[in-house]
Design a protein around this ligand. Sequence first.
Ligand SMILES: Cc1cc2nc3c(=O)[nH]c(=O)nc-3n(C[C@H](O)[C@H](O)[C@H](O)COP(=O)(O)OP(=O)(O)OC[C@H]3O[C@@H](n4cnc5c(N)ncnc54)[C@H](O)[C@@H]3O)c2cc1C
Length: 525
Amino acid sequence: MAEKDQISSLLNRQPKSYWTERSETPEFPSLDKDIKVDVAIIGGGITGITSGYLLANEGLHVAILEADKLFNGTTGHTTAKVTAQHGLIYDEFITNFGKSKAKLYYEANKGALNFIKSTIESEQIDCEFSVQDAYLYSTTKENLFNIQKEADAYEKLGIKGGLIESIPLDIEIKNALIMKDQAQFHPVKYLSKLTQTFVEKGGQIFENTVAVNIDNGDIPTVLTRNDCRVTAKHVLICTHFPFYEGLGLYSTRMYADRSYVLAAKTHKKYPGGMYISADKPTRSLRSITINNEEMVLIVGEDHKTGQSVDTMEHYKSLEAFGQEVLGIESIPYHWSAQDLITMDKIPYIGELTSGQENILIATGFRKWGMTNATVAALIFRDTILGKKNIYTDLFKPSRFYAHPSLKNFLKQNANVVGQLIKGKLETNDLDPHSLATDEGAIISIEGERKGAYKDKSGQLHIVDTTCTHIGCEVEWNSGERTWDCPCHGSRFSYEGEVIEGPAEKPLQQYDYKMIDNLTSKDSGY
Ligand SMILES: Cc1cc2nc3c(=O)[nH]c(=O)nc-3n(C[C@H](O)[C@H](O)[C@H](O)COP(=O)(O)OP(=O)(O)OC[C@H]3O[C@@H](n4cnc5c(N)ncnc54)[C@H](O)[C@@H]3O)c2cc1C
């Protein structure tokens, strides 16, 4: 088989993240009784685990509830660059919020990088942590100018870096901006050790335990799907999209954005460093060791969840880019994931709604959650201990920085309304029998829009395509074999089960036999 065909056939497999392959990840029981703790943490990704680790170290009695398995969310599908270089951002932050807030954002994230580094040293964590320079590069004239402005911002903020005209990677660039002494690591190895310490300090973890609501009295109580109650002085919502929004209207203030990842063995030797393009579609690279072999993570192709034409095309574009720059020998892993982006691009960390001191939230990390989640955990710890944290005000969810927030709020919600209407108007007369195996599509049954997927054994799976969150129409994601909502990023398996919120309820499922009945009735045979 030709090398290119081999790669294409690999991409026909179900996506799987390398990070979550780790067999040593511990397992925990699900919650089957009511409990009382000082702090209930909902969500076992980097935000929840780092928070639990810090709070257990302070002697607090903490329980973590995880709907699935630890680290299986976005944290297990990241690129795991640990850096304060978050794309083109500092010039924009200076323009929108002023120099002192932009500096606070940088320092919070730099502090998080230092925290991760010192924790790895003190806990002696073997997690492939390595110091790397981070490069932001442009290949277009427009971004040459933007990178110059970003370099000016670095100078104003005192960020160690500098403009350069070439990078170690074989890409013809216009210019690039270095941020020195950043890092990369294996996120699951890092978090597994924090989990171990958390448990040794008396922390409790419950997997396969879905939190469904919060009874929001003086002492909040988290209710689980199997009717257990967790009463806590403080609840930390670390579920990526908040499972409980209260009056915070988070659905209208954030959107979900996906990216694609290839772990590739390359012909050319990777020169070291971490790279990200200022140009769109984004290209991001770092090295990774898989089975003792050096490989490269090739990441990018971002788009709003549920708003792509053919998701498989994104993997193919990354593959073409990798071929051109490094030459691809094989692609042992590929996966995709989404992160949440707030209206002003600063995460929401703090009180769920203003004045609600005992329910805290952290979300909207804009694909820079390794450091931003760590910032959140440090803010949570200080808030709960009643200590001052100089970053609290910058990140508080009730802030309103009028210029970008208002503009983007209107844009985002116009987009949601547009998607809602578009989905309702779209029709498709596709006959479900004409689907190839492993193909999914929108079909029509008696004039009603339904979603169909024919699995590899030839069985059809039919769902109602109306998202159970606010009623937008979900779209087929061919790369992941999922139904994705273009409005707020909820995702469902091809059988209709919720994979990611804000939706809580599954899509309505239909018996595939109904298709035969209806088709024969319609067509008269
Ligand atoms: C493709 C991609 C590449 C990225 N690369 C980088 C990078 O290089 N550097 C960087 O800094 N950041 C990166 N990020 C961002 C970073 O990975 C995320 O911001 C971060 O992992 C989010 O962590 P989290 O703990 O908030 O969420 P998650 O890891 O998603 O954890 C949330 C957990 O909550 C659980 N949960 C949800 N609902 C419930 C419920 N009702 N009850 C109980 N549990 C629930 C979920 O199962 C999940 O395990 C990237 C993101 C993407 C998508």
